[in-house]
Design a protein around this ligand. Structure first.
Ligand code: SF4
Length: 237
């Protein structure tokens, strides 16, 4: 696939049309990665309307909020699905925690990246086995690290393609879709959270206009990716 040309072709398509284009021609080889954000809830609704059997998976890092676990069950019930849940490798995690402690991610960027590697990156690799295209809910306005993303691009880390159908959506558009379609969402949004990840690494938004300011708030904005969606040229370390 010629990435530049493909992005030109799909640049004016609606999210539904973008998804239809890739889902229909990649059955069994395309999957939605959900973290149960409002964006991922919109995508869950959209992809299931195209293919009720599409693979939808999530990474349970073991440090998620209880509200997120409750939302997993509510989502399964709402859409009558069973989301695939991937957990960290227990041997790697036990070794890491034994050596560095439970909350070592606050101490250094290296520790934080190591924790994200064990709890997210390695399980993601397992989840993506046999998958050519993975869909995710990133939007440009979410952070500094996301402004140059393309709707479809090569995922250098996992050697497949990543698809961001909501890349140009605004937060208002996402909420409008959620409300209009009565889709369940994480109640933490009602408490000032705009981006919800692991409990010890997420808090309510602190900087007006910076949606991801509540994630890894003790780090520089340029480092605020866990490695799942690293922009080109940025290493996970
Ligand atoms: S977000 Fe925090 S707790 Fe979650 S995997 Fe990364 S460093 Fe670990």
């Amino acid at each position: 696939m010629e990435i530049e040309k493909e992005n030109q072709i799909i640049s004016n398509l609606l999210a539904e049309q973008i998804l239809e284009r890739y889902i229909s021609s990649n059955k069994g080889k395309i999957a939605l990665a959900t973290s149960f954000s409002i964006e991922d809830q919109v995508l869950t609704d959209l992809v299931l309307k195209i293919d009720p059997n599409i693979k939808i998976f999530t990474l349970d890092t073991g440090r998620l909020y209880s509200e997120t676990h409750q939302l997993i069950d509510r989502t399964n019930e709402h859409f009558d699905i069973k989301v695939d849940i991937y957990y960290p490798n227990n041997f790697a995690l036990e070794k890491f925690v034994k050596e560095k402690g439970s909350n070592s991610f606050y101490e250094s960027l290296e520790n934080r990246k190591q924790c994200c590697d064990i709890r997210k990156i390695e399980p993601l690799k397992r989840a993506l086995k046999g998958i050519d295209i993975w869909i995710a809910g990133l939007r440009k306005e979410q952070s500094l690290t996301r402004t140059n993303l393309k709707i479809i691009d090569k995922d250098l880390l996992n050697e497949n393609l990543k698809l961001y159908p909501l890349l140009n959506w605004t937060e208002d558009e996402v909420w409008e879709y959620i409300k209009k379609n009565n889709i369940p969402y994480n109640p933490l949004y009602n408490k000032g959270f705009s981006s919800i990840g692991c409990a010890p690494c997420t808090r309510a938004v602190t900087v007006a206009g910076d949606i991801r300011s509540g994630r890894w708030w003790w780090e520089n904005p340029e480092t605020k990716e866990c490695g799942l969606h690293l922009p080109k040229g940025v290493s996970n370390g």
